[in-house]
Design a protein around this ligand. Structure first.
Ligand SMILES: Nc1ncnc2c1ncn2[C@@H]1O[C@H](COP(=O)(O)OP(=O)(O)OP(=O)(O)O)[C@@H](O)[C@H]1O
Ligand SMILES: [Mg+2]
Length: 150
């Protein structure tokens, strides 16, 4: 863990299992539609001066889809967004924890279908993604190297 450990901006559930990440920014959101935009803006604000706009657009799109899923399927009062960067050779890792124990499931319907697009978008843009159970709910996460999005 980097000097000072994780920086907490909001109530946090679990510690990260990625100690090589130098800096975690953490924010909790209520489970409501407006939180999707708020989560997008939060990530936009963190990287606005660090990433080219088209790279940031892809990152924010993935956040938007996972936040939407957390609101739709999360089962709890809210979700928590964790943004990890630094000391990861440029990698950005984003985690969203919600209270549902159910797993996200990648649909095999193609982007032309009206539903099942969110995780396909993440699957397309992320270098890696997945989900892990927690004692409360689960974490859905993805990692990108910003150069791979450009
Ligand atoms: N956070 C989550 N908790 C529980 N189940 C989830 C979660 N995220 C996704 N799922 C499950 O995975 C399925 C696929 O998610 P995905 O985002 O790809 O599509 P969608 O939400 O059904 O539709 P779209 O994102 O296109 O509006 C969902 O229908 C849901 O059953
Ligand atoms: Mg979705």
């Amino acid at each position: 863990m980097g000097i000072g450990g994780p920086r907490r901006e909001a109530v946090a559930g679990t510690e990260t299992d990625r100690p090589e990440v130098g800096l975690w920014r953490v924010k909790a959101f209520p489970a409501e539609a407006a939180s999707v935009r708020a989560a997008r803006r939060y990530v936009q604000g963190l990287f606005a001066h660090e990433l080219p706009s088209e790279v940031l657009a892809s990152l924010v799109l993935m956040v938007s889809e996972l936040a939407t899923n957390a609101v739709q399927y999360g089962e709890g009062a809210g979700f928590e967004l964790r943004v990890g960067s630094e000391h990861l050779d440029g990698l950005v890792r984003i985690e969203i924890q919600d209270m549902s124990p159910r797993s996200p499931s990648l649909q095999d319907r193609g982007l032309g279908d009206g539903r099942g697009r969110g995780l396909r978008i993440v699957d397309h843009f992320a270098d890696r993604w997945g989900w892990e159970p927690r004692s409360s709910g689960k974490v859905t996460w993805f990692e990108v190297t910003p150069s791979s999005l450009g």
